[in-house]
Design a protein around this ligand. Sequence first.
Ligand code: WT7
Length: 636
Amino acid sequence: MHPRIRTIEDYHAAYKQAAEAPDAFWAEVAEPFTWRRKWTSVRGGAFSPEGQSTWYDGARLNITENCLDRHLATRGNKLALIFEPNDSKTRHVRYTYRELHQHVCQFANVLLNNGVEKGDRVVIYMPMIPQLAMAVLACARIGAVHSVVFAGFSSTAIADRVNDAGAEFVLTADGLNRGPKQIPVKSVVDDALQSCPGVRRVIVVEHLGWPVHMQEGRDVWYHNEAENASTTCTAEEMAAEDPLFILYTSGSTGKPKGVVHTQAGYMVWADYTFRNVFQVEENDVYWCTADIGWVTGHTYGLYGPLLAGSTTLLFEGVPTFPDAGRFWQVIDKHYVTIFYTAPTAIRSLMAAPLDHVLSYSLSSLRVLGSVGEPINAEAWHWYHQHVGKGRCPVVDTWWQTETGGIMISALAGVTPSKPAHAGLPLPGVQPVLLNQDGTEIEGNNEEGYLAIKGSWPGIIRTTWGDHERARQTYFTPYPGYYFTGDGARRDADGLYRIIGRVDDVINVSGHRFGTAEIENAINQNQFVIESAVVGYPHDVKGQGIYAYVILEGALPASHAEAQVIEASIIETVVAEIGKIAKPDKIQLVSGLPKTRSGKIMRRILRKVAEGETSSLGDTTTLLDPAIVDEILAGKK
Ligand code: WT7
């Protein structure tokens, strides 16, 4: 069977084959790639107590040969990348596969000339510009491990990641555009690197033409380095299980963890899921709005589309600049056929006058996708009706940084698409619902913890530098399963609806934060003794961040004083993590509801933040039940 699934019959046949004869299935899916050497075993270690799978072990390859070189003979003059700048008046830039290949090779040579070697970690902190895509692929070309840090994270967050990854190289730019604002990216990196003594080279791409500080002996301009760098570069031969990238993501404990994906399995998974979920055709123009700094941008902005030989669009801007019609204008301008975005973006655009979308034709569109958080039925219908004009299937794709690619989703136009439901699992994915005690819940119309039985090619391999953490987080809660951290419901037809996180992780505008991570940041503030953070429903962001904060000394005497302190707390969070983690509401309290053993009762804090104050449950076991009344009275 060809890995492309085109009909519901194909789907059922593929699902059955992947479950019953996985080795044969995944060998066939992997066949069309360029391998320097074939694998000796398709799957290994999937159920080992170490929680570490191997895929295509023994194989040798380079993922960029599969993204670029493989297409040159047939698609050399086809567009690989379209760059649409932040400002709609700035001209777009287009790269064919041949041109992109040359740029990636040249960037790879710049890395080599600057001492980057196979296995070295390279942190990339860059705007959404073509050089970001080239930098990522250049790392992969020479076997360096890329770790992209979203260019909205603070200098402290960069430093933590650089140090955790042991990166000696940083790739960045002078600055970036974000809607009407310009942000001096290089100076954020400069601040970060004050706490990163291990970094020996910073390569800076000129984008805004801003003057920047260049540290002698450490910092170099990309354009100077590229001048004499060749545009050909032999790809490094990698082992299937060599790390390809590290991507930091938040968990329920304080410190973000470096999710590690490897070469062969990730490649196969990215390509297989991309082509099947979006039902990609040769002439599609595909646009994933996610920043390459997130896993969605890795798998579906970059690797997936290039592996499939598609044309991918990269956009530097934001959905609302110069106005709320920008997405739709870009779709019409470049004849985008497949559009993949996040519910939070849809909800923010729904709030704008309908004219912004109605004044564009959008007739090129064929498939719509959603990712990052549950899409509510209202947003689903608006997207389907006003963007897809009722004729484009909507795929609501559930997956995680750890899964490497899409796990549960409709295959566009092939399997059922139902509002607010991710749908059926992809062939090769075996979701289960578990009870608290870890037993599988059989049958439909059931709800439980979502876990995955067995392995799949894109599964997380480890957390960088701390394999035990990966084991504890994903593989020991329910032995024999990968634990997702999500709760889900299976409807009467077996379609999955993701309900949300069941751990201390909140999802703000499709971005993941650990409540402990935000609390740690807040606690850095000079006025603060202790804090507790919970999520609450937010119209646009999905979840908002609600922080209960205990101050050193008495509560502020005036509203003005409270405002100053709250602003200072926000500033601390922005400095520690970044603007994306700013609390939406801060409530200053004199205490937190704790049990006699000192454990914060988050259930109560969550209910108050959600406004469900009539059902607080039993509060008599609290150390100080009166604190609940104070919190209720001061609710924001
Ligand atoms: C968490 C993973 C996967 C790329 C973007 C986020 C939530 C993701 C959906 C969806 C409902 C979703 C889950 C998941 N999530 N997609 N279609 N429906 N929830 O990746 O940062 O690793 O976050 O996002 O809660 O566990 P991430």
